[in-house]
Ligand binder design. Structure first.
Ligand SMILES: [Zn+2]
Length: 371
């Protein structure tokens, strides 16, 4: 008997298989969990105060300060391996519910009270359990907190190298970039590379200069860039990144651009993600901070289609870009390319109708792929 059941577009966005390669563990802590951790440790915290940490990120003039305050607040609330287990497990559960099959999770070892090994093992146990319950995997990306010193970054890399783990393929860097361009951390990155770790980094976020992307690529040898939007200010560098297929994890819910263009029409039209796609760059949509950005795996792709004008051929390409850019072994990636593409096509055929794209907004995105 033929399966004639149709699905809606929201169901499609929530079920087609996808990766999320730019996900900060603490951005995924549920409000209820934040409150429970505060209670557990006797930290006075009302529900409205807890909510304000999310809201502050979204609404304050100083986006960066609000977000960082929230993160600085959350790490001290996680004091045992059990807490990291809980948060990681819940993050996996929420991600799986929006069709995410693979997460690459950033966290900051230099901000935790526990040792690097303790946190890594707790997160690893949580993912083992999550993988039994849902079709989801994760890798972890310990990240340099660039608001701390370059020496602390070197110490972090030492900790990672001294405790090799199959779920830890490489390192990243995050937090406020303004006074801490990536070259300050050359020593930590060089050590990581010599130690066989893979490298990604937040560069050219918050409207900062395009040279941070160039420095990330040519001096630090990043293989993936997180954000990187102002690369567009340099057409030659943009063309080079497109030609070389440098993967950029891009965040549709990025608060800097939401503030820059509060008018939705302007935002849609001028958003760098659209311009990067039109330039043929290798982009991968990502959620960054779920609760602070009020987003999730399905919403992230809804924005790509309904706001930025991607059609479903484009979304299929974005899904494949994500597999190609992830840090799983090649044999797993090969399986995913075939299985996920087949699943995507089967789900798509069940849609009652394809999304209606405004012709003036439509983006035809067909990057030729290098695996
Ligand atoms: Zn980020």
């Amino acid at each position: 008997m033929q399966d004639t059941q149709t699905i809606t577009l929201p169901e499609f966005f929530a079920t087609f298989p996808k990766v999320d390669l730019h996900y900060h563990l603490l951005g995924g802590v549920r409000l209820t969990t934040m409150l429970a951790l505060a209670e557990k440790y006797g930290v006075p915290l009302t529900e409205s105060e807890a909510k304000s940490y999310y809201r502050r990120y979204q609404h304050e003039t100083s986006v960066v300060k609000g977000g960082i305050a929230a993160l600085n607040f959350l790490y001290p609330l996680m004091r045992s391996a059990e807490d990291y287990y809980r948060v990681t497990y819940e993050v996996a559960q929420d991600a799986a519910a929006t069709g995410i099959r693979h997460l690459e999770l950033f966290w900051n070892p230099s901000d935790t009270a526990l040792s690097y090994a303790e946190v890594t093992e707790a997160m690893s146990s949580a993912m083992a359990k999550a993988g039994e319950e849902w079709d989801i995997r994760a890798l972890f990306i310990p990240s340099i907190n660039r608001e701390k010193s370059p020496e602390e970054a070197v110490a972090m890399v030492d900790a990672v190298l001294n405790y090799p783990h199959p779920l830890v393929p490489g390192i990243g860097i995050d937090y406020k970039e303004n006074d801490a361009p990536i070259e300050h951390f050359w020593k930590a990155y060089r050590k990581a590379k010599l130690g066989g770790l893979r490298l990604t980094g937040h560069c050219s976020e918050f409207g900062l200069h395009w040279r941070n992307v160039e420095t990330g690529l040519d001096l630090i040898h990043l293989e993936r860039i997180d954000h990187g939007y102002t690369v567009l200010d340099n057409p030659e560098l943009t063309a080079r990144c497109a030609r070389e297929g440098v993967p950029f994890t891009v965040v549709p819910s990025n608060t800097y651009y939401l503030k820059k263009w509060p008018d939705a029409g302007q935002w849609r039209k001028h958003h760098p993600i659209r311009q990067m796609a039109l330039a043929g760059m290798n982009i991968i949509p990502a959620t960054d901070d779920w609760h602070m950005h009020n987003t999730n795996g399905a919403e992230c792709y809804r924005v790509m289609v309904e706001e930025f004008g991607f059609d479903l051929d484009g979304v299929r390409q974005l899904m494949l870009n994500g597999i190609n850019a992830c840090w799983q072994p090649e044999e797993i990636k090969q399986q995913w390319r075939q299985a996920w593409a087949a699943e995507f096509d089967a789900l798509r055929s069940k849609l009652a109708h394809e999304p209606q794209i405004d012709p003036a907004q439509h983006i035809s995105y067909h990057r030729s792929q290098t695996a």
